[in-house]
Design a protein around this ligand. Structure first.
Ligand SMILES: *Cc1c(COP(=O)(O)O)cnc(C)c1O
Length: 253
């Protein structure tokens, strides 16, 4: 059940000047509830415990008002793609209960703010980036949780580690004391049908299971977005990254 941060059924506006407008807040509460329902339904359908799947709310291009509203409904994990807009958000919403995930492409000269402001990075696909994050992660903070972004079949010219290189990459990251390898992440090309979506997600699942077989202690398979989270859950996703279905369509996808 959702717990409302304010009496959202009251017709009058809240007296708090910073309170989000009721319209926006109500819509977000409904969307969040619908997404959780989709996750639970998919989990049950594929014989999984809904609690084994974490919802990561992707808040790129969203206002602080919208993000605060979703956080007030109990959402803990937020994902951002663009550093410039993300840093002010992580600073403004520095509630220790909130966990910030970086899910965008990382440039090696911009790793420091990521090491300083985020608890997770899902998009590690170059060792140079991992090395820099390892150097820059403060001893005062817990090690940075990282996932290896994998390149699946047919994904030419995109980010991601080719499947044949994942094990070697994982070995290198495991030797970095300020990073903690958590698992695998992928962004498959969009496909209309469930079966086509499943093909990619199953490929990522195999890479994830291979890591476990090779002795790596991993617990995170980050895959599935608004349009394909059911197929991702069917294939074993432990984190789904959902933007539009929570916050509404973005201006440019
Ligand atoms: C934008 C984005 C998402 C969320 O996509 P939606 O279609 O809005 O759910 C998930 N993962 C990554 C890496 C993204 O860039």
């Amino acid at each position: 059940m959702l717990t409302s941060p304010q009496n959202s059924s009251a017709p009058e506006m809240s007296s708090s000047p910073s309170a989000p407008s009721l319209g926006l807040s109500d819509r977000l509460a409904q969307n969040l509830s619908d997404v959780k329902q989709r996750i639970s339904a998919a989990a049950l359908r594929y014989g999984r415990d809904p609690r084994s799947i974490t919802l990561l709310a992707v808040s790129k291009q969203q206002s602080m008002e919208a993000i605060s509203s979703v956080a007030a409904y109990g959402q803990r994990d937020f994902g951002e793609n663009y550093l410039q807009e993300a840093i002010p958000k992580t600073t403004a919403l520095s509630d220790p209960a909130i966990v910030w995930h970086f899910i965008g492409q990382l440039q090696s000269n911009k790793t420091r703010p990521v090491a300083e402001h985020f608890q997770w990075v899902h998009t590690i696909d170059r060792l140079k980036i991992a090395e820099r994050l390892n150097e820059q992660r403060s001893e005062k903070d817990a090690p940075l949780n990282v996932c290896i972004q994998v390149k699946l079949a047919d994904e030419v010219g995109k980010g991601g580690v080719p499947s044949a290189e994942v094990a070697g990459f994982a070995t290198a990251i495991s030797a970095m004391p300020r990073l903690r390898l958590r698992g695998i992440m992928c962004i498959p090309p969009p496909r209309e049908s469930f079966d086509e979506q499943l093909v990619f997600f199953r490929e990522a699942r195999v890479l994830y299971e291979d890591l476990k077989t090779n002795g790596f202690t991993v617990d995170t398979l980050s895959m599935g977005m608004s349009a394909d989270l059911e197929a991702a859950i069917a294939a074993g996703a432990t984190v789904v990254r959902v933007g539009a279905a929570i916050f509404g369509e973005r201006k440019s996808a």
